[in-house]
Write a protein that binds this ligand. Structure first.
Ligand code: TXA
Ligand code: MG
Length: 348
């Protein structure tokens, strides 16, 4: 007998994204299966957005502690309009950044086809048009909205390669479409445009589109999520403090390396100290935040595997993608509620 919450072992196929693979992936989704696929941000674990049972299996495969709301992925703005209501701000943001690493949380359309389980019973729905050609091909082949959280075990760092997905979810999902490493490397920026009652558009999660670029399009500053949280707040459990958690403790803003530390460097490494480190990986030796974002999750995974005492993380500037990088690092550094050794902390 399987214990509640356990997942039946399945053979997970890994396929290169040719026509036959995309066809198989679309058919798997239509049959209620689970398919991991690359987007420009991170790998997503897709399920048919209209199929509640498939979505329940998706939560089980991830080992999500709760039914956090999911992002519905679409292949066109017209398709997104069937799910959600766009105000002026949302229209502007969609025109400027779609397809791309921006998710909009919007009021649900009256006949929104997304299963209530995927929106955790909220009146809002998160929508995004990914830019990655494999994601676009898959969405077109499937022909409907696909909900897709990051394709990692709950609480683990997001996967930026098919190998990461296989490590976390092998045996628990049907298919992985291997489209290589994801170019952005950080999840999408999430902005809520919930209309007048909620005030200005709010930044729910920093991500692949920098805050400044969004504020330039809106010609106004974004409200902070905390301002929304007090109100009839859209719950964004992805904002849990401890979320992207490796097993190894992180020490942020590190200016030295203790013996036994692993070092996550940025820019010129702490050359005189690096020799003491168990392992050193540089997010970007030339100090490029875009390159750093693309490397963040795979470097965290690799350093976590080095079983160091602590991962020392050099300071990362806060501008551009630095805001999202620092957000993920802060969450990764937040202590787990329970001993982390066996299982990862909470999150999505
Ligand atoms: O880049 C990305 O966004 C990736 C790729 C696969 O598209 N997806 C991703 O999904 O990061 P996930 O499930 O790991 O994170 C989605 C976040 C969660 O923090 C969730 O709470 C929030 O979106 N969210 C979804 N629907 C929401 C809603 N209606 N209101 C507030 N937050 C919502
Ligand atoms: Mg996630």
């Amino acid at each position: 007998m399987t214990a509640p919450g356990t997942v039946a072992e399945v053979a997970t196929r890994v396929l290169k994204p040719d026509v036959a693979a995309l066809d198989a992936a679309a058919r798997t989704l239509a049959a209620g299966g689970l398919v991991a696929f690359p987007t420009e941000t991170v790998y997503g674990l897709g399920a048919d957005a209209g199929n509640g049972e498939a979505i329940a299996r998706l939560y089980a495969a991830k080992g999500r502690p709760a039914f956090n709301p999911l992002i519905a992925h679409l292949s066109s703005v017209a398709a997104a309009r069937k799910l959600a209501r766009f105000d002026t701000a949302a229209e502007r943001l969609a025109a400027a950044f779609w397809p791309g690493p921006l998710t909009l949380v919007l009021p649900k359309a009256a006949d929104c086809p997304v299963a209530p389980l995927a929106t955790a019973g909220l009146d809002s729905v998160a929508v995004r048009l990914p830019q990655h050609p494999v994601a676009q091909d898959l969405l077109r082949a499937f022909g409907g909205p696909v909900v897709a959280p990051s394709a990692n075990r709950s609480g683990h760092v997001s996967p930026t390669t098919a190998a990461h997905v296989l490590t976390d979810l092998g045996g628990r999902i049907d298919l992985i479409v291997d489209g290589g490493a994801t170019p952005v490397g950080l999840e999408s920026t999430i902005v809520a445009c919930l209309g007048e009652a909620f005030g200005k558009p709010a930044l729910l999660r920093p991500g692949g589109v920098p805050r400044a670029a969004i504020e330039e399009v809106l010609r106004a500053p974004l409200t902070d999520a905390s301002a929304l949280r007090g109100q009839t707040a859209p719950r964004a459990p992805g904002m849990l403090a401890s979320h992207y958690a490796p097993n190894t403790r992180l020490r942020l803003e590190a200016t030295h390396v203790d013996p036994g530390d692993a070092l996550l460097a940025f820019g010129p490494a702490l050359a005189e100290h690096a020799a003491d480190a168990v392992k050193v990986l540089n997010l970007s030796a030339r100090g490029d935040l875009i390159e750093a974002a693309a490397n963040l999750f795979s470097h965290l995974r690799a350093l976590d595997a080095a079983r160091a005492e602590t991962i020392a993380v050099m300071p990362i500037p806060h501008h551009g993608l630095g805001e999202a990088i620092n957000d993920r690092l802060r969450r990764a550094a937040t202590p787990h509620l329970s001993p982390p050794k066996k299982h990862y902390g909470r999150g999505s």
